[in-house]
Design a protein around this ligand. Structure first.
Ligand SMILES: C[S@@+](CC[C@H](N)C(=O)[O-])C[C@H]1O[C@@H](n2cnc3c(N)ncnc32)[C@H](O)[C@@H]1O
Length: 324
């Protein structure tokens, strides 16, 4: 009993911290923390789960294709082993230098590595993080016993976030919805997006070359598409090649979307001892005169196009892998 009361108090503190940026996924009225739930003036309420997250993904299926609990646990093993720490360090440095950033929203946060670590090293910021997968958010919130991050289950296509309330949107190796991101960002806000660099996992690409449509990868289309929606203020390539034990290569191969569609028995991981982890970080601002989109995304023509094109790219990556 005492245990659950402590959680309730901790979670109230967690969701009362900073400004409330949440809006009701049903009626779009502002949400505020009331004990162990978030409520709106329209009478809708959303319980804060014991481990400190709230489900604001009303009506979505609560998972993304190919991502299950086991794949998030493997991703967490790889991230905690330090194979993405050079990307984390670059992000911490970039965000700490951006002016006037108080609220940071990590979109498609997975098991929560970046949000958790950024909350630790950028203590003055309000970290909010979400993913469409309930499994990932459960894992993320369990790994955040100090309540540093406000976690929620949500969909990038229908953000339960008030318009123009977020100073910095982070989108790390995750699908984006630029219409929704522009609506949620403050007019002087930032988007920091990490995409695979052209050399990302090039050793795995070489091993899987007979099963991929394109042996070489170019991220140029993704960058061009980003630049149609935001002013591209800066971009940075962050790359490191690791000598990795076979056991880690196996876990890596299990969790990376690059190999989601490939029969793993066809790839001999013993043939490489190294693996390159390369991210390209795009730093964007709203376009001149961009007022964002204040309407819910379902009615936004622009938003639909943004979503479908981003999805298209992910689907293409899938097809890329499938064709043999
Ligand atoms: C490659 S993982 C990246 C996770 C995390 N950002 C990281 O770098 O470790 C892509 C993530 O996007 C999430 N995702 C896919 N579609 C989404 C959507 N519509 N809204 C929110 N998250 C989504 C998946 O569940 C998955 O956790």
């Amino acid at each position: 009993m005492r245990y659950s009361m402590k959680h309730s108090t901790d979670n109230t503190v967690r969701f009362s911290r900073g400004r409330s940026v949440f809006r009701c996924p049903v009626c779009q009225e502002s949400l505020r923390c009331d004990g162990d739930r978030l409520i709106c003036s329209g009478g809708h309420s959303f319980d804060i789960a014991k481990h400190g997250y709230v489900n604001l993904a009303a009506g979505t299926k609560g998972s993304a294709e190919h991502y299950d609990k086991a794949s998030f646990q493997k991703r967490q093993q790889i991230l905690n082993a330090g194979y993405y720490s050079h990307i984390l360090e670059a992000l911490a440095s970039i965000i700490s230098e951006l002016p006037n950033v108080v609220t940071v929203l990590d979109a498609g946060c997975g098991e929560g590595f970046y949000a958790r670590e950024l909350a630790r090293c950028l203590g003055d910021k309000q970290l909010i993080a979400f993913d469409i997968s309930r499994d990932s958010i459960q894992l993320a919130s369990k790994c955040d016993p100090d309540g540093l991050v406000q976690w929620f289950v949500g969909d990038s296509a229908h953000l339960p976030i008030r318009s123009h309330s977020i100073n910095c949107i982070l989108d790390i190796f995750a699908p984006a919805n630029y219409g929704e991101f522009r609506r949620a960002m403050t007019r002087s806000g930032w988007i920091v997006k990490v995409i695979p660099g052209n050399g990302h996992l090039k050793e795995f690409r070489a091993l899987a070359k007979n099963h991929l449509l394109h042996q070489d990868y170019s991220n140029q289309q993704v960058i061009d598409y980003f630049a149609q929606h935001f002013q591209l203020a800066d971009r940075r390539l962050v790359s490191q090649t690791f000598t990795m034990p076979l056991s880690d290569r196996q876990i890596f191969a299990d969790m990376t979307p690059l190999l989601f569609h490939i029969d793993r028995s066809e790839i001999d991981l013993a043939k490489t001892e190294t693996l390159t982890v390369e991210g390209e970080i795009l730093i964007g601002r709203p376009l001149d005169g961009d007022e964002g989109l204040d309407k819910p995304p379902r009615t936004g023509k622009h938003t639909k196009r943004s979503q479908s094109t981003e999805r298209g790219k992910h689907a293409k990556r899938g097809r890329d892998a499938k064709r043999k």
